[in-house]
Design a binder for this molecule. Structure first.
Ligand SMILES: NC(=O)c1ccc[n+]([C@@H]2O[C@H](COP(=O)([O-])OP(=O)(O)OC[C@H]3O[C@@H](n4cnc5c(N)ncnc54)[C@H](OP(=O)(O)O)[C@@H]3O)[C@@H](O)[C@H]2O)c1
Length: 327
C-alpha cells in the first residue's frame, strides 16, 4: 500500500510502498478515504518533535471504511480517535500516552489497523474531507474551549490565531456555546470571515496596540496556541479570575511574564493537550448536535503530499489541509 513515512532523506517525508497491515484480535482494518494534516506532522518533518521513529507512517486524522474486523463495524464509514493510551484519569493523560502517527503508524496511508474502540461512526452531516479534519483538532479545541475554558452564555471568549486548524474549531465550539466570541489573526480578511462565522469582532495581532482595544471588551477566556510574548497581552485583557488556556506554543517562550498582573487579576493560566476518550465522544456528540463543520482550507491528492505540507509550512492557510487517500 502507499504510505507517507518519515525518513532520514534530505526531504524527510516520502511516499513509499509498504506492506498492508494485518489486524490482531480486537482491531479493525480501515481503508482510508481522506486524512488531514496537523501542525505536528510538519513539526516531525522539520525534526522538531520528540522521539521521532524513522519509517513511521505519519498522520493522526483519518476517515475511511472498515474493511475487516468485528461484523458490527465492517462496511461502516468511520473516523478515528487519535488518542493512544490516554489512561483512566480524565484530567491528565497517562505516562504511556501518545498520538496516532508517531510512534504508532498513522493515517497518511491507504490502510490502518486500529483497535475497534478507537472508531466512531462518521457524523452524517460531514463529508469525507470534513470528517477527516475533525478528530485531533476537534478534541483539542473542545477540551481547551469548553471543558477548560468554560465558554458559555454570558462569557466573552477570545480565540487567538483564528486561521489555524484548531482555532477554527475553537471558534465554532465557542459560538455554539452561546458565548460572545472574538478572534485575533494576522489577516484582516481572515477576521472578516470569522465574523461571518459568528464572531462578534476581531483584532489583528500584527498591530502593536490590539490589546488596548481588546481590553475595553474584557475576556473571561482566552484560547491560545501561540504563547510567546503575547501571553503578557492576554494578561492585560483578561477579566479578574479569567482563564487563559494554552494548547500550543508556536511562538515559543515569553521573554518575560508580568507576574504582578497575573496574581492581581486572579487569572488562571492553564495548559491543555488533546483530551480524554470520553471528551472525544462528547466532542463528536456536540459536533452532531450543533451540526458543526471543520473549515477546510484545501484538499490535495495523495501524490501532491509535498504541496500539501508546504502549504502548511507557509502558514497562509485558513482551516484544515486534507489529503484524498483513496477514491
Ligand atoms: N497540545 C495539543 O494537543 C495540540 C493539538 C493541536 C495543535 N497543537 C499546537 O497548536 C498550534 C496550532 O496548531 P494548528 O494545527 O491549529 O496549526 P495551524 O493550523 O498552523 O495554526 C497556527 C495559527 O497560529 C496563528 N499564529 C501564528 N503566529 C501567531 C501570533 N504571533 N499570534 C497569534 N496567532 C498566531 C496563525 O493564525 P492566523 O492565520 O489567523 O494569523 C496560524 O494560522 C501548534 O503549535 C500545534 O503544535 C497542540
Amino acid at each position: 500500500m502507499k504510505a507517507i513515512v518519515i525518513t532520514e532523506e534530505s526531504e524527510p517525508i516520502q511516499l513509499v510502498d509498504i506492506p498492508k497491515p494485518e489486524i490482531k484480535k480486537g482491531e479493525c482494518l480501515v481503508q482510508l478515504k481522506t486524512a488531514a494534516l496537523n501542525r505536528r506532522d510538519q513539526w516531525i518533518r522539520e525534526g522538531m518533535y520528540p522521539g521521532i521513529r524513522f519509517g513511521c507512517v505519519l498522520g493522526s486524522d483519518g476517515c475511511g471504511v472498515v474493511e475487516e474486523g468485528p461484523d458490527e463495524w465492517v462496511g461502516k464509514e468511520v473516523i478515528i480517535n487519535p488518542n493512544v493510551d490516554w489512561g483512566s484519569i480524565e484530567e491528565v493523560q497517562s505516562a504511556n500516552y501518545s498520538v496516532l502517527g508517531m510512534p504508532k503508524n498513522g493515517t497518511l496511508a491507504e490502510y490502518i489497523a486500529v483497535p475497534s474502540d478507537r472508531l466512531q461512526v462518521k457524523p452524517n452531516h460531514l463529508n469525507l474531507e470534513e470528517a477527516a479534519a475533525l478528530p485531533l483538532a476537534g478534541l483539542t479545541a473542545f477540551r481547551a474551549t469548553i471543558m477548560k475554558g468554560m465558554a458559555g452564555k454570558g462569557k466573552n471568549v477570545l480565540v487567538t490565531g483564528a486561521g489555524g486548524g484548531v482555532s477554527q474549531l475553537a471558534l465554532t465550539f465557542a459560538v455554539a456555546s452561546g458565548a460572545s466570541v472574538y478572534v485575533t489573526s494576522g489577516s484582516n480578511h481572515k477576521i472578516g470571515t470569522c465574523i461571518q462565522m459568528g464572531a462578534s469582532g476581531g483584532f489583528n495581532y500584527k498591530g502593536e496596540n490590539w490589546h488596548k482595544e481588546a481590553a475595553v471588551i474584557g475576556f473571561d477566556t482566552v484560547v491560545d496556541s501561540t504563547g510567546g510574548n503575547q501571553l503578557n497581552s492576554y494578561l492585560k485583557i483578561i477579566r479578574p479570575g479569567g482563564r487563559i488556556v494554552m494548547y500550543g506554543s508556536t511562538a515559543g517562550y515569553p521573554e518575560k511574564l508580568d507576574t504582578f498582573r497575573l496574581f492581581w487579576s486572579q487569572a488562571k493560566i492553564m495548559g491543555s493537550t488533546m483530551g480524554s476518550d470520553s471528551e472525544f465522544e462528547q466532542m463528536v456528540a456536540s459536533v452532531q448536535d450543533h451540526k458543526i463543520k471543520p473549515t477546510i482550507d484545501q484538499v490535495f491528492a495523495l501524490d501532491d503530499y509535498l504541496q500539501a505540507f508546504d502549504r502548511f509550512k507557509e502558514a497562509d492557510h485558513f482551516g484544515k489541509i486534507v489529503l484524498t487517500i483513496t477514491n
